[in-house]
Design a protein around this ligand. Structure first.
Ligand SMILES: NC(=O)c1ccc[n+]([C@@H]2O[C@H](COP(=O)([O-])OP(=O)(O)OC[C@H]3O[C@@H](n4cnc5c(N)ncnc54)[C@H](OP(=O)(O)O)[C@@H]3O)[C@@H](O)[C@H]2O)c1
Length: 308
């Protein structure tokens, strides 16, 4: 039978029958960034349905309160939240510090925070916004919570990544897109490659600790992503792309599987298309780039920031 080459398997895997987990998450503590919308919100619902207590790391307090109220009304779990705008690394640091102060055990960390921007924007440190929100922010939060996850082992980290990493766009000498023509797709792809390269590095470091880290593509699903862009983009998104996108419930279910299934007890450093393990694009496996992006990310996130 005709088999697709590894690099095109994502076409098949996204439509394949997905795996499910009936494992209980009763009493587990799951931290979810980007929990106020889309994939992160669906993950919170699925985890709460499985009995997990939730800590959200989000930027919008009104949305945080609304999700907390909704989840606590519908499930017998506790929901807490910490405010951090991931484009401001000092806020991520502050939230991590408070979490470490308040929680002695973390079972799962899911980073679902993310944006897609058709325009190049810079944050207050001069870092390109998508790079900062999609990669540096989640890299920083993961690093700051790492010791606590190790103390809590067995524990799991899941980075919500994307098949968009296949668009690449990573140029180690131009992380801020100063020298090239910026495009939303390639910038997004670059941020996902940056994150993937550090997932392999985290996995290497976490060997033998009982903490696993994996990345996943949450499916092409109907969420708020891209709604920050211009009218033309939004018209296209809602009138054309929308018809090809799926219900984001599948992302929550997939994250529940990845967070709870015994199938993944000792699995680390892998990429999943929803629940199906898949080979990432070659450029996202480059060993030299892994080291480079890891070191640059460490350097960029340890900067003392203004306004702390
Ligand atoms: N939807 C898809 O088809 C798809 C496909 C591939 C990958 N993904 C990935 O899935 C992840 C979640 O995206 P989504 O589709 O669920 O989009 P979404 O509905 O827009 O959710 C994104 C979440 O990230 C938060 N966020 C955005 N910018 C932030 C910032 N500066 N600081 C703190 N939080 C911020 C949003 O907060 P607010 O609610 O306050 O806006 C929201 O909670 C992203 O990493 C995305 O790249 C999505």
């Amino acid at each position: 039978m005709f088999e697709l080459p590894d690099q095109l398997m994502f076409l098949k895997n996204g439509r394949a029958k997905q795996k499910h987990s009936n494992e209980s998450m009763q009493g587990k503590l799951c931290i979810v960034s980007g929990a106020t919308s889309g994939v992160g919100y669906q993950a919170v619902k699925a985890l709460a349905n499985g009995g997990a207590n939730i800590v959200m790391v989000v930027r919008n307090i009104e949305k945080a309160i609304a999700v907390k109220q909704e989840i606590e009304q519908n499930y017998s779990v506790d929901v807490d939240y910490y405010i951090a705008d991931f484009s401001k690394l000092n806020q991520v640091k502050k939230a991590a510090k408070l979490i470490l102060n308040d929680y002695s055990k973390i079972d799962v960390l899911i980073n679902s925070v993310g944006i897609h921007s058709t325009k190049r924007m810079l944050n207050e440190n001069g870092y390109e916004m998508v790079f900062c929100v999609n990669h540096l922010g989640s890299f920083l939060l993961t690093n700051l919570l790492l010791e606590r996850l190790i103390e809590s082992a067995p524990a799991r980290i899941i980075q919500v990544n994307s098949e968009g990493h296949r668009f690449n766009g990573l140029d180690i000498n131009d992380l801020n897109w100063e020298r090239r023509i910026y495009t939303g797709l390639r910038r997004n792809g670059a941020s996902k490659v940056e994150q993937l390269l550090t997932v392999w590095k985290f996995a290497e470091r976490l060997k033998g600790t009982g903490v696993t880290i994996n990345a996943m593509h949450p499916g092409g699903v109907r969420t708020n992503i891209g709604n920050n862009n211009g009218l033309l983009y939004r018209l296209f998104l809602h009138n054309i792309t929308w018809h090809f996108l799926k219900n984001p419930k599948i992302s929550g279910e997939a994250l529940y599987y990845l967070a709870s299934s015994k199938d993944l007890d000792n699995v680390s450093g892998k990429f999943y298309n929803l629940t199906i393990e898949e080979k990432p694009a070659k450029h996202a496996l480059d060993v030299k780039l892994q080291k480079e992006i890891w070191e640059i990310s460490l350097e960029m996130t340890s900067l003392e920031e203004k306004g702390e």
